[in-house]
Ligand binder design. Structure first.
Ligand code: GLN
Length: 539
C-alpha cells in the first residue's frame, strides 16, 4: 500500500500538546495493526537542539543512532515503543544546510535557489523519507510552532504542495484551543475559527480539528466549529484536560479520532485497538498501593521539561511497582552539608541529574554524601554518576581536590577525565559520545539484579568518563565498577555494595523507558526505595 501521510499543525497558542496527540493517534493506529512512525519538524535555525540550553527548549532527547533531538521524540518512543532516529527530527537549520551544501556543489545547475521550490522540495523529501525508505504504512509529521509564525511558513507551504500532489494519501489535523471565559461562563470558538482562517490563507484546509479544552464540548459548539471551518461534524474532536498524558490515547479512541482518520485515508479499520496492556498500566498508575518521595537534584529544576524523560521514567517504574512516586525537584545550588537533613527530611530516594558545567556541582556532591552516609537509595545519571565518583574520591579516599576535568582543568586528581577520542574535538554540535553502546554488567551487582542479564545496550551523551587509573583504589575502598563497555573498558556503572542501593550510570536509562517496558534501573530503584522505607517504618 502507498504510505499515508498525516500532518499535525497547531494554532492559537503553543504547548497544546501536538506531540501527545500525534503519539496517541500513532498508538491507536499501531494497535490496529498498522506500522506507524512520527517525525517532528522544528522551525528553528539550530541544526539540532543539542547545543540549546535546557531553559530554552527543555530536555534534549537522544536516539539509538545518537541523534540529539526534540523531547517530543521521547513521547513518541514512550507511547509506541519503537525506536526513532535522526530522520525523525528535522530542523530548519538542517533543511537550509542541505540546500546550501547542494548549491555549493553546483547541484542546482545555475538556478536561483529559493524558498519555493528548493527549501519546500527539501522539506517534502524529508517528509517522505520515512515512507519511502523505511516503508511505514503511516507517517505522522508534527509541524513545530504555531500557524501564523513566520518560521513555520515554508512547512505549511510544503504541506499545501503535498496535499495537492498526493491528495487522498494525506490529511491534516489541526490542533487548537477553545478557551473558557468565566465571566459569561462560555467556551469560545473564535480563536479556532481564526486559526483555521490563517491556515486557509496559506492554502491548507484542515481535515480534522482537535480542540483542546478544559470543559466538555457540546453538540452545538461542535456543529458551529464544523460549519465555520469546513470540516465534517465527526471531524471535530474534543481533547479535554486529563490528569495524565497516558490517558490521551484512550480519550482519542473514545472520540473516534482513529476511526475518522482511517475513514478519511481510505484504510481498513482492522481490529479494534486492544490497548489491554495500556489500560492495565493506567489502572496501576491510578491505584497505587504505596507512596514514596524522591528528590531530583539538578540545576534546571525551575523547568520540569528539562528532565522530562526522567520524570516519565518514574511514572512508568512507579506504576510497575504499584507505587506513586512524588518527584520533588531540589535545586542543586541550594544543597549544603548544613541544610541536607532539612532538604531531604521527607525524602526516601535521591536522584542526581545529568548536566554540564560547574554550576550546582557542590550541591550535587553534598546531596550524594547525604545519600551515601544515610543509606538512602541513590541513582546518579551521567553527571550524577560522575559526581558520585568525585564525592567518593573526596570524602572516602581523601583525594584532595579530586574533581572532573570538566570542572577543574588542573585538579591533582582527575577522577573523571576527558575521553581520549574527545581530546582533539573543538566543535560543540553533535560531537559527544552519543547514542547506543553495549555494556557488560557484572553478576551479583544491583545493576544485574535490575537487568537480570549481562549484555545490555544503553544510550549516551557525554565527553567525560571515569578515570580507570583510579579504579583499583576505588574498588578497594568500596565503590566498584558494576558494568563496563566491552571494547573500551570504560566504566559505565558504579556501585557501593555496602550501601542498600547506590548506583551511578554513565548512560541515560531514562531515554529507553516506555509505558509497556518501564526501565529496569528505575524499576529496581523504586523497589529499593520502597524496601528501605518499609524497613525504616518498621523500626
Ligand atoms: N558533563 C558531563 C560530560 O560531558 C556529563 C554529561 C551528562 O550528564 N549528560 O561527560
Amino acid at each position: 500500500m502507498a504510505t499515508k501521510y498525516i500532518f499535525v499543525t497547531g494554532g492559537v497558542t503553543s504547548s497544546l500538546g501536538k506531540g501527545i496527540i500525534s503519539a496517541s493517534l500513532a498508538k491507536l493506529l499501531q494497535a490496529r495493526g498498522y506500522s506507524v512512525t512520527i517525525q517532528k519538524f522544528d522551525p528553528y535555525i539550530n541544526i539540532d537542539p543539542g547545543t540549546l540550553n535546557p531553559y530554552e527548549h527543555g530536555e534534549c532527547y537522544v536516539t539509538e543512532d545518537g541523534a540529539e533531538t526534540d523531547l517530543d521524540l521521547g513521547h513518541y518512543e514512550r507511547f509506541l515503543n519503537t525506536p526513532t532516529s535522526q530522520a525523525n527530527n528535522v530542523t530548519t537549520g538542517r533543511i537550509y544546510q542541505t540546500v546550501i551544501d547542494k548549491e555549493r556543489k553546483g547541484d542546482f545547475l545555475g538556478k536561483t535557489v529559493q524558498i519555493i521550490p528548493h527549501i519546500t522540495d527539501e522539506i517534502k523529501r524529508r517528509i517522505k523519507l520515512l515512507g519511502t525508505k523505511h516503508k511505514y504504512d503511516i507517517v505522522i509529521t508534527e509541524i513545530g510552532g504555531t500557524v501564523g509564525d513566520i518560521e513555520s511558513l515554508p512547512y505549511i507551504e510544503a504541506v499545501r504542495q503535498l496535499k495537492w500532489e498526493i491528495g487522498k494519501n494525506c490529511l491534516v489535523i489541526h490542533l487548537t484551543l477553545v478557551p473558557y471565559l468565566s465571566a459569561p461562563g462560555e467556551l469560545k470558538t473564535k480563536p479556532t475559527q481564526h486559526s483555521v482562517k490563517l491556515l486557509l490563507e496559506n492554502g491548507v484546509q484542515p481535515d480534522i480539528l482537535v480542540l483542546r479544552t478544559e470543559h466538555p464540548l457540546n453538540k452545538e459548539l461542535r456543529k458551529k466549529v464544523a460549519l465555520f471551518c469546513n470540516v465534517d461534524f465527526e471531524s471535530v474532536i474534543e481533547s479535554i484536560d486529563v490528569s495524565t498524558i497516558y490517558e490521551v490515547p484512550v480519550l482519542m479512541h473514545k472520540e473516534k479520532l482513529d476511526v475518522t482518520v482511517l475513514k478519511k485515508l481510505g484504510l481498513a479499520m482492522k481490529d479494534e485497538p486492544p490497548l489491554i496492556p495500556w489500560n492495565d498500566f493506567l489502572k496501576k498508575l491510578k491505584n497505587p498501593k504505596t507512596h514514596v518521595n524522591i528528590a531530583l537534584v539538578g540545576k534546571y529544576v525551575e523547568l520540569s521539561d528539562a528532565y522530562k524523560s526522567i520524570s516519565e521514567s518514574f511514572i512508568h517504574a512507579g506504576a510497575e511497582n504499584e507505587c506513586k512516586v512524588h518527584l520533588k525537584f531540589i535545586h542543586s545550588e541550594e544543597v549544603t552539608i548544613a541544610n541536607s537533613e532539612e532538604k531531604f527530611k521527607d525524602i526516601q530516594g535521591i536522584l542526581v541529574a545529568p548536566g554540564f558545567g560547574h554550576r550546582g556541582i557542590d550541591g550535587k556532591i553534598n546531596a550524594i554524601k547525604y545519600a551515601r552516609e544515610n543509606n538512602i537509595p541513590f541513582l546518579g545519571i551521567c553527571l550524577g554518576m560522575q559526581c558520585a565518583v568525585i564525592e567518593f574520591g573526596l570524602n572516602v579516599l581523601g583525594l584532595k581536590d579530586a574533581n572532573s576535568r570538566e570542572m577543574n582543568r588542573t585538579t591533582p586528581h582527575p577522577v573523571i577525565d576527558l575521553m581520549e577520542e574527545q581530546k582533539t574535538i573543538i566543535e560543540k554540535g553533535g560531537t559527544m559520545r552519543l547514542g547506543s553502546y553495549p555494556c557488560k554488567v557484572k553478576k551479583g551487582t544491583n545493576a544485574f539484579g535490575a537487568y537480570k542479564k549481562t549484555q545490555i545496550n544503553e544510550r549516551h551523551r557525554h565527553r567525560y568518563e571515569f578515570n580507570n587509573s583510579y579504579l583499583e583504589q576505588y574498588e578497594k575502598a568500596g565503590m566498584i565498577s558494576a558494568g563496563i563497555n566491552p571494547e573500551s573498558e570504560l566504566v559505565e556503572i558504579i556501585e557501593i555494595p555496602s550501601h542498600p542501593w547506590f548506583v551511578g550510570v554513565q548512560f541515560h536509562p531514562e531515554y529507553k523507558s516506555s509505558v509497556l517496558y518501564p526501565h529496569p534501573i528505575f524499576v529496581a530503584f523504586i523497589k529499593a526505595v520502597m524496601e528501605e522505607n518499609m524497613k525504616k517504618l518498621e523500626v
